[in-house]
Design a protein around this ligand. Sequence first.
Ligand SMILES: [Zn+2]
Length: 295
Amino acid sequence: MANCLICGGGDVKTIKTKVSGFLTERMFSGVEKKTDLIHCKTCGFAYYSLRPAAAELANFYKGYRDSFYQKQRQKHDIWYTAEMNAAIGKTPVEIQNRRVNLERIIKRHLRAREIKTVLDYGGDKGQHIPDIFAAAQKFVYDLSGVAPVKGVKSLSAAELEHKKFDFVMCSHMLEHAPDPKREISSVIKHLAPDAALYVELPFDSPFSPCRWTDRVRFVIKNPAQGLHFAWRRFLNIKKESGAFCPMHEHINYFTPASAAKLLQEQGLAIIYKDSSNIDFGWIKSKVISVIARVK
Ligand SMILES: [Zn+2]
């Protein structure tokens, strides 16, 4: 019996499932694989027992979300259109609403004026760094090597190596990580004494009790978009021949409690943990936010 990857607890439920068609093709070179979906009753974390190796991750993330990725994915996930691919992380509505959400949390829980240096780790162009840090020095570290937005400096791995910051943010990254503990420890080492860490994750666990009620509410509020999604999902579920929640690129499903537990295990003190509803423009969804501080 497996122990939870985050809290180490042994009270887990295991569901037999498989790798989605898209991941099979792109990550595992077409070799079909079975996997277990493991759900921890103690902290709420859920994950697939199959953990991708470095070479498999490299296959998957090379050219991530480029036009070939989109075409390859839509072959399996027929609702994954070019428009949706272009919108994820990029639309002004999503950027603005995520920034406003983070700013609201920071105002309540941190002294923003004392924060002089900010790093968005894995933060694309740095477009998600909120306005509240207008006076701070802002940096982004991202493997994609894209040019940063105005006012943000991009750092290479070598430039980042020994640097520490007053505020480090790490958004929508840990749900992809085969080893979330190792991943977050490489972020935490960039926290200055007394610095704060912000972690944001999708709240998309198949075991979340509000998942179906949220969906129904979403369809009622947005009938056209909701029915469109439901229909496409329905077609896709049929295509995946009924396996429960096949493994996709989110290989971890966090809850606010398990995200906080991950940071506590790394020796940080939790200041805030909760989830918020965010309008991403292309979908309305829930995100988990955790703020932790160096003890
Ligand atoms: Zn657990």
